[in-house]
Write a protein that binds this ligand. Structure first.
Ligand SMILES: [Zn+2]
Length: 155
């Protein structure tokens, strides 16, 4: 991995392991640490999601989105984690934010479609089941979850 020097007059490419910029000599260590931190958080989020620890995954993805609001992959992952946690309002909001960044994003469209399908399923019954009744539990563990959490990040 190569990273450009952050000095505005330099921009020389340096190895990610470099202590200082090879051209201008500015210290790179802290800068690189800041730069890669969101990726580390994202990867931790993926690990948590794979372990079905979606609350922790959501918090990690939310941190990445806070740092990098334009990061569609992180936002998709955040939405998917919210979806897993049945927080459909937040999932909808995040996927709509992805679509506002990129109107053709397949993951966000699939996610919103999955939410719409769930909402249709829950409102199509003649009368709502009483609270905590077993009938309220719908199988939705597999198949419907958008695939972002299952994939490795490409960078
Ligand atoms: Zn430099």
């Amino acid at each position: 991995m190569r990273i450009p020097c952050p000095t505005s007059t330099c921009f020389a490419e340096n190895d990610v392991e470099a202590e200082v910029c090879g051209r201008c000599g500015v210290a790179l260590r802290q800068y690189v640490r800041l730069l890669v931190y969101p990726y580390q958080l994202f990867n931790q989020g993926l690990q948590q999601a794979r372990a079905d620890n979606f609350a922790r995954a959501r918090d990690l993805f939310a941190a990445v989105v806070y740092w990098c609001p334009q990061d569609k992959i992180a936002r998709n992952a955040l939405a998917a984690a919210c979806f897993e946690l049945k927080d459909l309002a937040e999932a909808t909001q995040q996927w709509e934010a992805v679509l506002s960044l990129s109107a053709t994003d397949v993951m966000a469209k699939q996610g919103l479609a999955a939410i719409a399908a769930l909402q249709t399923a829950s409102t199509s019954g003649s009368k709502p089941p009483p609270k905590n009744s077993p009938a309220k539990k719908r199988p939705q563990k597999s198949g419907r979850t958008p695939g972002i959490l299952k994939r490795k990040r490409r960078r």
